[in-house]
Design a protein around this ligand. Structure first.
Ligand code: MN
Length: 271
């Protein structure tokens, strides 16, 4: 599947009611761009939700209509709350474009509650060095705490509604118990190796997504005799249970609000 100006993404599933408030999960790449070949997402609008970019390899230059700009490098997170409207571009910076190289990362979309959809846009650009990490006592499980909490470590990013966003790396023999408040929707996306999830030891392999069922904790493990470890994202959040009207880069509650978004965008009244 291609996104933006035509870069490849892995999209494990169409997200829906079971993944509310998460609207989209895209793994960008990994792709090894040739010199001059890297493709990004030229100028486009968003309204009514948040886009969260977490880069593992490569570089992304972002720029918006309000004059904000920044460069994402490996490990950096941009949590952008589009709110009432942002027009931005997400592009390979000139030197990366020239040299080419590996690009790998994630973009997820988090819905906003009706009462927050038209809030002022907000950026949280957090460099890798400021993203907290946690390691299990035996050293076999490492967690990058983008949002929420794991192993007693809390994120620095502030979210509109409570969200857990963890990047978990498991070595063979690792077992990580993660507390999650009951009633949240949770999903697990594996992007390297394979892991076992929950009491039933359901296997989730590279490229697969699993939806978590009710409960207040979940265990992720990799058997001791496995050839390799596992890389996964854990996302959890409180379902909004509100109507969704969605058209391309706009996610509102009603068709009228979507039409208004188009009118505002086309009349230059957007951001
Ligand atoms: Mn965008």
């Amino acid at each position: 599947m291609l996104e933006g100006g035509g870069f490849p993404v892995r999209r494990p599933a169409a997200l829906g009611r079971l993944t509310d408030p998460f609207l989209l999960l895209d793994e960008m790449g990994p792709i090894d761009w040739p010199p001059g070949g890297a493709i990004g997402a030229p100028s486009h609008p968003h309204r009514g939700f948040e886009t969260v970019t977490y880069l593992l390899e490569g570089m992304v230059q972002h720029q918006d209509s309000a004059g904000n700009s920044g460069l994402l490098t490996p490990g950096d997170v941009q949590w952008m709350t589009a709110g009432r409207g942002v027009i931005h571009s997400e592009m390979p910076p000139p030197d990366f474009l020239e040299s080419g190289g590996v690009m790998h990362g994630f973009q997820i979309w988090v819905n906003l509650p009706a009462e927050n959809k038209m809030m002022q846009p907000r950026y949280q650009d957090v460099p890798a060095a400021e993203i907290p990490t946690a390691t299990s006592d035996d050293g076999l499980a490492k967690v990058v705490v983008v949002a929420g909490e794991s192993l007693g470590v809390s994120a620095v990013i502030d979210t509109v509604i409570p969200i857990t966003y963890l990047h978990i790396s498991l070595l063979p023999g690792a077992s990580l118990n993660q507390i999650l408040e009951n009633g949240l929707n949770g999903l697990v996306y594996c992007f390297g190796g394979a892991l076992q999830v929950g009491e039933a030891n359901e296997q989730v392999s590279d490229g697969q997504m699993a939806i978590l069922t009710d409960g207040d904790e979940v265990t992720f493990s990799v058997p001791e005799d496995a050839d390799e470890g596992a890389e996964l994202l854990l996302l959890a959040g409180q379902p909004l249970n509100e109507p969704i009207a969605r058209h391309g880069p706009f996610v509102m509650n009603t068709d009228e609000e979507i039409q208004q978004a188009f009118i505002d965008y086309q009349s230059g009244n957007f951001a």
